[in-house]
Design a protein around this ligand. Structure first.
Ligand code: IYR
Length: 229
């Protein structure tokens, strides 16, 4: 993080150097793709507990993400307390009811039809963990003075991607959930006004009868998502 007394440039030799052959690189890239393509956004959870240490380790992975000026402008609030999960569910569902009752507008509701979502957010109480991601719009020194953070959404979203990949790699399912507005999460989780909640991630094992929407299996092909020059 940003420290007022560590402002000089001090290059050290690149640690952790990997030196793969082209064949090894391709095999590694393919193995990672094979693992990541098996990630699915899951809405139906089992209440099977997940050890806190697994969650901690995945958050550590998120914390390795690159960030603007290395300020690491993120905070991850991990919730397993049933009463707190219930409170978050109650407040999120209240907002979702408004969303589905017209707040979203017709076009948005239509876009969500193949995903099969509605205002009932059972995962928020059934999944053993909720991880709420907060973006720190500015930082604060111990004496209370503020410093600027840079590229905050970009940094936080990269870290969130790392977190989702880490959780999947650990054999867990996730659901990225964004009730709107999310300010109630600051109160519920005691986070300062300088932090903006960006996402609730439900984490756990899938329910026996978990399903995914068929359309979720349709991913755009490489030719559509890339161009090479
Ligand atoms: N936040 C709502 C609506 C929603 C919006 C999008 I875009 C999604 O991809 C899924 C849901 C909800 O969680 O139901």
């Amino acid at each position: 993080m940003f420290a007022r007394d560590a402002l000089s440039y001090d290059p050290i030799p690149l640690p952790d150097r990997l030196d793969l052959s082209d064949e090894q690189m391709l095999a590694a890239a393919q193995a990672f793709h094979d693992m990541m393509r098996k990630r699915h956004t899951v809405r139906d959870y089992s209440d099977r507990p997940v050890p806190r240490e697994v969650i901690e380790t995945c958050i550590r992975t998120a914390g390795t993400a690159p960030s603007g000026a290395n300020h690491q402008p993120w905070h991850f609030a991990a919730v397993s307390d049933p009463a707190l999960k219930q409170r978050i569910r109650d407040e999120a569902e209240e907002e979702e009811r408004r969303f589905y009752a017209g707040g979203a507008g017709d076009e948005w509701i239509k876009a969500l039809e193949p995903i099969g979502t509605n205002a009932v957010k059972e995962h928020l109480t059934v999944a053993p963990w909720l991880i709420v991601v907060f973006a720190q719009r500015w930082g604060q020194f111990e004496d209370g003075t503020r410093y600027k953070n840079y590229y905050v959404p970009e940094s936080v979203n990269i870290a969130t991607g790392f977190l989702l990949a880490a959780l999947h790699h650990a054999g867990l399912c996730t659901l990225t959930h964004t009730p709107n507005p999310m300010r109630f999460l600051n109160d519920a989780l005691n986070r300062p006004a300088s932090e903006k909640p960006t996402m609730i991630i439900a984490v756990g094992h899938p329910a026996e009868n978990a399903t995914v929407p068929a359309v979720a299996k349709l991913k755009k092909p490489l030719e559509e998502i890339s161009s090479f020059f």
